[in-house]
Ligand binder design. Structure first.
Ligand code: TPP
Length: 742
């Protein structure tokens, strides 16, 4: 017999017989501040959650429902929801259906049963994911949907909690949470061990330890097991009860009255003190981990039966019957009535339409545009006061890229109050390359945040800030250090609009210092020449300027894309070009540019490529350092070989600006792709495919070797160089062509 049926039969027979599990706590209804009606309401939420689990399993067995992971045994979290407000953003564990149902009772007009059935049956009418995922979530109830990656929601929950206090100091235009909001974040006991969870908890403690406000409740739903691996008895309390800056509370989630009482204490603590708390809710897991999981393979029958005997619904039924709020038969009638209602609704839900085409699935990859108030940009008096005389004078002179990005960031932050910078060493020090120098002094510590050393927390902070209307510009100090945090972009930021039908978004511009060619510095960690990790993420934009003038305009375009179009933009800054001034000869200053103030200069929109030269013998398609080196090669090709070439600077690496690239190379005889990234997984792969599929032009490429980069004199040995570009161009054009020109 299916364990779900056993639990169901147990509930009915034991309730009818008054055979309830023994009382767990002494807290009475009145002591907890609950009325009889509220207790019935909570029970109703628990029962609805349970019946949804049961129907999901039946639908799956009939091939009408998909992947089921249940909430049974965790229904005590209904009491937690009842204590908090629908405006307290909740990043939920996948077993929190009862929480969502209870929260929906706090907002008028909610239809949780129907909404959740539509999600469980993957109907395109599912109000949260539009049929893309079986997931909890609701825009109206401030419940952003969460990915299946356990613990990955903790960093952003911390970020969202931080944003509440920040929004009081710096009002974001699209603020979502009220000033007295708190954030909830729930997860399982096994998930607590994940380094992502530990990082986020550490960040919360580190923040609160400094008395910085962080109104967050971490709810650990401890059922004692993660799929098949048991959590050591007492581990959660032992590891969490003594953390600095984090108040520890515990409750027995089997007892809905105790849970309500403790949750109230937690809510009072967090809402009034604006400090984080950890609510350790013990519970049981009924029916095994998910759909096809057979618990008997790893759990003794006695343990399974003991948990089933402790069904939280039986505990609530006991309260209802012993306090004479309901009779046993009324409890059974309520349970069966909800079951029948659920079954009827399910038969309707399975008839609703589902997604079928690729266009439909992809309909929410790109978030919707949002209405933004017009901005006029900072006044000249504000700019003068912010920049100071010496920088205003410096703007009249050509500057290198690092300086120009610094000016552009300052102007953007003056224009948009909701831009917040966050990263390691970006504040007082001004970044390891000085790009953010003086921004901290100019714009204040609230808007230029020196974070702790944890890339997952930096990106999580950015995602959380964006949930509350800010436009974060997080910085990853070196490209190599994106890799230990990539899931925050790939799994979290990029997917949120997709599976929330664009209702939740996390627009941001992630600045990353990266790529190779630093002379003698750093080796392969500070010279990381692979963007493969970013290239294939649906919906995100990857920008890579090759010079300071472009960087200014592209940064403005990126902020506009984030602010108005809610996009996630990754802005890769080639470190080796930060301070580069000269192109051909020492002192020629050809890689410096005058700063174009806001509104000045030709704007660069996403997809605009840069074309340098007008030769038609050859088009060199490249970006970043490749554009710099190709500009040197262009001169050699012309002066020594009589070859007239042009260089097409991609500027935007994802999505590839296909149409503009094809148009830019169209007048040329041949195409050479120059790619500073490793040949495997590099942009050149996509470009070769593009030209093979969409162009007749003979095409070749030169790219970096599939190697890591060395420190010292061999720093460039594996990378394209001016010489190797010239050589590749001559090889592609062939000796006869070159002679004819010569
Ligand atoms: C990062 C990651 N690793 C592995 C998994 C597969 N997985 C899904 S749930 C789960 C166990 C989680 O256990 P726990 O946190 O105790 O929550 P419970 O399911 O018991 O409520 C695992 C390993 C995952 N989803 N994400």
């Amino acid at each position: 017999m299916d364990r779900a049926d056993i639990v169901h039969e147990n509930f009915l027979s034991r309730t009818r017989n008054g055979d309830f599990p023994p009382a767990l706590a002494e807290i009475g209804l009145a002591d907890a501040g609950l009325t009889s009606a509220q207790l019935v309401e909570l029970f109703h939420c628990q029962v609805l959650s349970r019946q949804l689990d049961r129907i999901s399993r039946r639908l799956q067995a009939r091939g009408e429902g998909y992947y089921t992971i249940g909430s049974s045994g965790h229904e005590g979290n209904a009491a937690i929801a009842a204590v908090f407000r629908p405006t307290d953003m909740a990043f939920l564990h996948y077993r929190d259906a009862a929480f969502q149902i209870a929260r929906s009772r706090q907002a008028p007009g909610g239809t949780p049963l129907w909404d959740m059935l539509l999600s469980f049956t993957t109907s395109s009418e599912d109000p949260i994911s539009g049929g893309r995922h079986k997931v909890l979530g609701s825009k109206a109830l401030s419940i952003p949907p969460q990915t299946s990656t356990i613990a990955s929601h903790l960093p952003k929950a911390v970020g969202a909690a931080y944003s509440v206090g920040l929004a009081k100091r710096v009002r974001p235009e699209h603020q979502e949470m009220p000033d007295d909001a708190v954030v909830l974040c729930s997860f399982g006991d096994a998930s607590l061990n994940h380094s992502t969870a530990q990082g986020a908890l550490n960040t919360a403690c580190w923040t609160a330890f400094q008395k910085v406000h962080l109104p967050i409740v971490f709810v650990c739903e401890d059922n004692g097991i993660g799929i098949s691996v048991k959590t050591p008895l007492g581990w959660i309390e032992a590891t969490m009860s003594g953390r600095p800056g984090l108040a520890y509370f515990k409750c027995n989630g089997l007892d809905v009255i105790e849970t309500y009482a403790v949750a109230q204490q937690v809510a009072e603590f967090v809402r009034s003190r604006r400090m984080p708390a950890f609510l350790h809710m013990s519970c049981v897991r009924l029916y095994g981990h998910a759909g096809a999981d057979v618990q008997t393979a790893y759990l003794a029958k006695e343990k399974i039966e003991a948990d089933e005997a402790n069904d939280p619904l039986l505990h609530t039924a006991r309260h209802l019957v012993t306090t004479r709020v309901l009779s046993a038969s009324e409890v059974v009638a309520l349970y069966e009535g909800v079951g029948a209602q659920t079954a009827r609704a399910a038969e309707e839900a399975i008839k609703r339409p589902r997604l079928t085409t690729s266009d439909q699935v992809m309909g929410s990859l790109i978030p919707p545009r949002r209405v933004c108030a017009p901005t006029n940009g900072p006044s000249s008096a504000t700019r003068a006061a912010t920049f100071g005389e010496s920088d205003l004078r410096a703007m009249e002179q050509p500057q290198h890229m690092a300086k120009l990005i610094n000016f552009a960031l300052t102007d953007l932050m003056l224009e948009h109050q909701e831009i917040v910078l966050a990263g390691e060493d970006i504040g007082c020090k001004g970044g390891v390359y000085g790009v953010t120098q003086r921004l901290h002094q100019r714009l204040g510590a609230s808007r230029v945040i020196d974070t702790l050393l944890d890339e997952q927390s930096i990106l999580g902070l950015a995602i959380g800030l964006a949930h509350n209307g800010f436009i974060p510009i997080p910085e990853i100090q070196f490209l190599a250090y994106l890799h230990n945090a990539e899931d925050q972009l790939r799994g979290e930021a990029a997917t949120l609009p997709f599976f929330s039908k664009g209702q939740f978004t996390n627009p941001m511009v992630v600045r990353i210092a990266g790529l190779g060619y630093q002379r003698g510095f750093g080796g392969h960690f500070h010279n990381d020449n692979s963007l493969a990790v970013l290239r294939d993420i649906p919906g995100i934009i990857v920008a890579c300027p090759s010079n300071g003038a472009d960087a200014v305009q592209m940064l403005r375009a990126s902020v506009r894309l984030a602010r108005e179009e809610q996009r996630v933009v990754v802005f890769v800054e080639p470190i080796a070009l930060y301070m580069t001034r000269d192109l051909h000869d020492k002192g020629d200053g050809l890689w410096t540019h005058r700063y174009e103030s806001p509104g000045q200069g030709a704007a660069i929109r996403m997809g605009d490529v840069g074309v340098s030269g007008n030769g038609t013998d050859l088009a060199i398609v490249t970006y970043g350092n490749g554009f710099y080196l190709s500009s040197q090669a262009l001169k050699t090709l012309h002066d020594k070989h009589g070859i007239a070439a042009r260089i097409v600077d991609l500027r935007w690496l994802a999505p590839l600006p296909v149409a503009t690239v094809l148009a830019a190379v169209a007048p040329c005889d041949k195409v050479l792709i120059v790619d500073e990234c490793r040949i495997t997984g590099s942009q050149s792969e996509a470009l070769m495919a593009l030209f093979a599929e969409r162009s007749d032009l003979p095409t070749a490429r030169t790219a970096a070797a599939d190697s890591f980069i060395a420190t010292g004199p061999a720093f460039g040995a594996t990378l394209p160089s001016r010489e190797s570009i010239v050589e590749a161009a001559l090889k592609l054009l062939g000796p006869r062509t070159a002679q004819a020109r010569g």
